[in-house]
Write a protein that binds this ligand. Structure first.
Ligand code: GDD
Ligand code: MN
Length: 382
C-alpha cells in the first residue's frame, strides 16, 4: 500500500518512538458499520507509525454492512490487523474494554474508525506516555490549538463550563475534553481498572480516570476533529446525561447499579403515564374500566420501551425499524412475565398475612427485577 522508499522513511522516523521487532502499541478501533473506512484508516496509521511495532484491533459489534468480514479480509493480507467480532454484545465502552483485554501490547490507544481522529497524533501521544511525561495522552478537541469541523463556539463554551467542572470533581484531573474518544495509555493501567469500570453510557475515558484510586497524570494533545469520512454517527450529543450517569455510578452505583436505577426511574415515570392515559380514556372518552386499563397498560409499556431505549440502554440503542419492532415485542413479553411475578408474590404475601401496601410494594420490586433481568438479556442483550 505504501511505496517501499516511502515506508523506509517513515520507519526511520518512527523507530525513535517504536522499537522495531516488538509489539508496542495496540490501536483499538470500535466499529459499527465502518466497512469502507477501515482500509484507508490502516494506511494512515501505517503512515504515522511506520511498518511495525503496532497492531490494529477492530472490535466490531456484528455490523450489518459487513465490517467484520472486511476486517478479516484485511487481516488475512496483513497480520498487524486483528479482529474481535462480537455477536450478542454491544456498546462503545465495552468494545474498548475488550480491546484492552485482548492485546499483549504494553500501550493501547482507542480511536474512532471514521477518520474523525487523526492517526498522525499517535506517535507524539505514545512518546509522551512512554517517557512517563503522562500516564494518559488525550487528544482534545478543546485544548489550545485544536479545531473542530463540526462544532461551533456555543458547544465549546458549554463544554468548558459545567462539564469540565463536573469532570474535575469526578476524576481529580484537569481535562479540556473529558468526553474525548481518542486517548492512549499503558494497557496495564486500563486492564487493572477494568473490574471496577461501570462500562455503561458514560464515556470510557472518564470512566477510567474516575475509577482510578489516584488522579492519573494526563496530557492533552490538541487535535483537529474532522468530519466523518463515510457512514453516519451512532451517538448523540446528550453528554449531560453521561455526566449524571457517571456521577450516580461513582456515588451509589455499588449499592444499586446505575442501569437498574435508570430502569426503575423509567418505570416510575411509566406509572404516571399509565394513570394519565387511564383517566383520560375512562373519564374523557367514557370507556369501561377494562378497556381503559388495557389501553393505559399498552401506552405505558410502549412509553417505557421508548424511554429505556433512549436513556437506559443508550449505548446499545436499537435503531433499525425491524430491531425496534422486535425489541418492542420482546419488551412487552418481558413486562408480562414481570407482571405475573408481581401479582404472584403480592398475593402470596397478602394471603400469608402481610399488609396490603407492603405486599403490593414487594410485588412491584420483584416484578421490576424480573422485567429488568429479562429485557437486559433479551431486548438489549443482542
Ligand atoms: N463496537 C462498537 N459498538 N463500536 C461502536 C458502537 C458500538 O455500539 N457505537 C459506535 N461505535 C464506533 C463507531 O463505528 C466509530 O468508530 C466510533 O465508535 C465512534 O462512533 P461515532 O458514531 O462516530 O461517534 P461520534 O462521532 O458521534 O462521537 C465521537 O465524539 C464523542 C464526543 O462527542 C466519539 O469520539 C465519541 O467517543 C466521543 O465521546
Ligand atoms: Mn464519529
Amino acid at each position: 500500500t505504501l511505496a517501499p522508499d516511502q515506508s523506509a522513511d517513515i520507519a526511520a522516523e518512527a523507530s525513535a518512538t517504536i522499537r522495531p521487532g516488538s509489539l508496542e502499541l495496540a490501536i483499538i478501533l470500535p466499529t459499527l458499520n465502518e466497512r469502507d473506512n477501515l482500509a484507508p484508516l490502516i494506511d494512515r496509521i501505517e503512515r504515522a507509525l511506520g511498518p511495525q511495532g503496532w497492531e490494529v484491533l477492530v472490535v466490531d459489534d456484528n455490523s450489518a454492512d459487513g465490517t467484520a468480514e472486511e476486517a478479516r479480509r484485511l487481516s488475512l493480507a496483513d497480520p498487524r490487523v486483528r479482529v474481535l467480532h462480537r455477536i450478542g454484545r454491544r456498546g462503545l465502552a465495552s468494545a474498548a474494554i475488550e480491546g484492552f483485554c485482548a492485546t499483549a501490547a504494553p500501550y493501547a490507544a482507542v480511536m474512532d474508525a471514521d477518520h474523525q481522529h487523526d492517526p498522525a497524533l499517535l506517535r507524539d501521544m505514545l512518546a509522551a506516555v512512554k517517557s512517563g511525561e503522562a500516564e494518559v495522552a488525550v487528544a482534545s478537541r478543546f485544548a489550545e490549538g485544536a479545531s473542530t469541523a463540526e462544532w461551533g463556539r456555543p458547544d465549546r463554551v458549554k463544554l468548558s463550563g459545567i462539564a469540565n467542572r463536573l469532570a474535575r470533581r469526578l476524576t481529580g484531573v484537569e481535562l479540556s475534553d473529558p468526553m474525548s474518544g481518542y486517548f492512549l495509555l499503558p494497557t496495564a493501567i486500563a486492564r487493572d481498572l477494568v473490574p471496577r469500570l461501570s462500562g455503561i453510557g458514560f464515556k470510557i475515558l472518564l470512566d477510567l480516570l474516575a475509577t482510578s484510586d489516584r488522579p492519573l497524570k494526563v496530557r492533552d494533545f490538541p487535535m483537529n476533529f474532522s468530519a466523518r469520512r463515510a457512514g453516519e454517527s451512532k451517538l448523540d450529543r446528550a453528554i449531560a446525561f453521561d455526566f449524571l450517569a457517571g456521577l450516580y455510578d461513582k456515588s451509589f452505583g455499588r449499592v444499586i447499579p446505575t442501569r437498574f436505577a435508570l430502569f426503575c426511574t423509567v418505570g416510575a415515570i411509566g406509572i404516571l403515564v399509565h394513570f394519565a392515559v387511564f383517566y383520560a380514556v375512562m373519564l374523557a372518552a367514557g370507556s369501561s374500566f377494562g378497556w381503559s386499563q388495557a389501553i393505559a397498560t399498552f401506552c405505558a409499556m410502549t412509553f417505557n420501551f421508548w424511554l429505556n431505549n433512549w436513556l437506559t440502554y443508550r449505548d446499545k440503542r436499537l435503531v433499525e425499524p425491524r430491531a425496534i419492532f422486535w425489541g418492542w415485542l420482546g419488551f412487552i413479553a418481558a413486562c408480562s412475565v414481570g407482571a405475573f411475578a408481581n401479582v404472584a408474590v403480592a398475593t402470596t404475601l397478602f394471603d400469608g398475612g402481610v399488609l396490603a401496601v407492603p405486599a403490593a410494594l414487594a410485588g412491584i420490586a420483584i416484578g421490576s427485577v424480573w422485567n429488568y433481568a429479562l429485557s437486559s438479556r433479551f431486548v438489549w442483550g443482542r
